[in-house]
Ligand binder design. Structure first.
Ligand code: NAD
Ligand code: ZN
Ligand code: ZN
Length: 380
C-alpha cells in the first residue's frame, strides 16, 4: 500500500509499505477514506517528538471502512464506516473504566506516561498511523464509532481528535456563565475550543494568534473578538479589556512551537532555536486573573520547558492540562454536529490525494494559502 512516512526532520514522503494485517483477535484493518493533518503532526515533522523513527507512518485523525476483522471483534462488521479516536484504549483498565482513555494502561504498556496513539512515534507505542491506504486498528471493539448513514466521513472526521480536544480544553476551563475566555492559538484546536466556550456559556471569547488570516477565520467561524500579538502587547491588551484583572479562563492551544517570546524577538531566533517555547503558556498566566483557570491542550514534545510557574502560584490559579480522552466526547459532539450547532467540516480549506500529502504538510506548516485544515483522500 501507499503511506506517508517520516524521513527525518522536515522530511516526509509517500512510499510503498506492506499492507497492515490482523495481529491480534481484537484488531480490524481499516480502508482509510479520509485522513487529516494535525498541528500535532507538525511537532513530529519538526523532529520535536522523542523517538520518532524514520519510516513511521503518520496520521491519527482518520475515518474509513472496515476491511478485515479479527475473530474477537464483535461490535463491527465488514463494510462498516467508522471514525477512530486518536488514542488507542483497551476499555477495561483502571483508567479506561474512569473514562480517561488517554491514560490507558494497556495500549502502550512499556510507558507509564503516554498511552498508545496512531502514527505518533515509539514514545506512544510505535503504531503506524492512518495517512495511508490502510491502517491496523487495535482494540477495535472500543475506539471506533460507526458513522451514521446520513453523514459522510468529512462530517465526523474531526471527532477523531480536534473537536473533542477543543471541547475538553474549554471543559477543563470550568467556564461559568458570562466568563471571559481567551483562547491562545487560532488553529483548528483553538477554533473548536472557541466554539465550545460559547456552548458552555462564556460571555466573551477572545482569540489570540499572529496570523491575521486565522484571526479573520476565527471571527467568521466562531464569532469571537481577536487580538494579534504582533500588533499589541498581548498581556496589557487583555488586561485593558477586562477591567485590569485579566481573563477568567485561558485556553492554551499552541504548544511547544509557540512564537513571539521576548527571546525570539530580541535575538531574532527562528522556530527551531526555541523549540520548547512556552510563550503562550506564560502569557496565559500573566493574562488570566487571580483565581482564574488555565487549560492547556497544546502539546509539549521536548522535555525542557521554561514555565513561569511562580506567577501561577502567586495568582492562585488553577492549571489543568491533558491529552484528550476522545472517546468520551464523541457521542455528545456528534449531536452538536447533527443539530448544526457546529459546522465541523467548515474548517477544511484544502483537500489532497495521499500522493500530494508532502505538499499539504508544507502548506499547513508554513501557514500559507489561507490554510486551516488539510484533508487527504487515500483512495480518491
Ligand atoms: P496549528 O499549528 O494549526 O495552530 C497553532 C496556532 O498557534 C497557529 O495558528 C499559530 O500561528 C498560533 N501561535 C503560534 N504561537 C502563538 C502564540 N505565542 N500565541 C498564540 N498563538 C500562537 O495547530 P492545531 O492543530 O490547532 O493544534 C494546536 C496544538 O494542540 C498543538 O500543540 C497540537 O499538538 C495540540 N493538540 C493537542 C491535543 C491533545 O489531546 N491535547 C490534540 C490535538 C492537538
Ligand atoms: Zn490531531
Ligand atoms: Zn485501558
Amino acid at each position: 500500500m501507499r503511506a506517508l512516512s517520516y524521513q527525518g526532520p522536515y522530511k516526509v514522503r509517500v512510499q510503498d509499505k506492506p499492507d497492515p494485517r490482523i495481529e491480534h483477535p481484537q484488531d480490524v484493518v481499516l480502508k482509510v477514506t479520509k485522513t487529516a493533518i494535525c498541528g500535532s503532526d507538525l511537532h513530529l515533522l519538526h523532529g520535536l517528538i522523542p523517538d520518532t523513527r524514520v519510516g513511521c507512518t503518520f496520521g491519527h485523525e482518520f475515518a474509513g471502512v472496515v476491511e478485515e476483522l479479527g475473530p474477537g471483534v464483535t461490535n463491527l462488521k465488514r463494510g462498516d464506516r467508522v471514525v477512530v479516536p486518536f488514542n488507542i484504549s483497551c476499555g477495561a483498565c483502571f483508567y479506561c473504566k474512569k473514562g480517561l482513555t488517554a491514560c490507558c494502561e494497556n495500549s502502550n504498556p512499556s510507558s507509564d506516561i503516554a498511552c498508545g496513539t496512531f502514527g505518533y512515534s515509539h514514545t506512544t507505542g510505535g503504531y503506524d498511523g492512518g495517512q495511508a491506504e490502510y491502517v491496523r486498528v487495535p482494540f477495535a471493539n472500543v475506539g471506533p464509532m460507526k458513522i451514521p448513514e446520513d453523514m459522510d466521513e468529512e462530517d465526523v472526521l474531526f471527532l477523531s481528535d480536534i473537536f473533542p480536544t477543543g471541547y475538553m480544553g474549554a471543559e477543563m476551563g470550568g467556564i461559568q456563565p458570562g466568563d471571559t475566555v481567551v483562547v491562545f492559538g487560532a488553529g483548528p484546536v483553538g477554533l473548536f475550543a472557541m466554539k465550545s466556550a460559547w456552548l458552555m456559556g462564556a460571555g466573551r471569547v477572545i482569540a489570540v494568534d499572529l496570523q491575521d488570516y486565522r484571526l479573520d477565520f476565527a471571527r467568521k467561524f466562531a464569532h469571537v473578538e481577536t487580538l494579534n500579538f504582533k500588533d499589541v502587547d498581548i498581556v496589557t491588551a487583555i488586561k485593558e479589556t477586562t477591567e485590569g484583572r485579566g481573563a477568567d479562563v485561558s485556553i492554551e492551544a499552541v504548544g511547544c512551537e509557540a512564537e513571539g517570546s521576548m527571546l525570539q524577538r530580541v535575538l531574532g531566533l527562528g522556530l527551531m532555536a526555541e523549540a520548547g517555547a512556552t510563550t503562550a503558556l506564560n502569557w496565559c498566566m500573566h493574562a488570566t486573573r487571580k483565581g482564574g483557570v488555565i487549560s492547556v491542550v497544546g502539546v509539549y514534545g521536548p522535555p525542557w520547558n521554561l514555565v513561569d510557574i511562580g506567577t501561577a502560584m502567586n495568582k492562585n490559579q488553577t492549571l489543568r492540562l491533558g491529552q484528550c480522552n476522545v472517546k468520551r466526547y464523541m457521542p455528545h459532539l456528534l449531536d452538536h454536529i447533527r443539530k448544526g450547532r457546529v459546522d465541523a467540516k467548515g474548517l477544511i480549506t484544502h483537500r489532497f490525494s495521499l500522493e500530494d500529502a508532502p505538499k499539504a504538510y508544507d502548506l499547513f506548516s508554513k501557514k500559507q494559502d489561507g490554510c486551516i485544515k488539510c484533508v487527504l483522500s487515500p483512495h480518491a
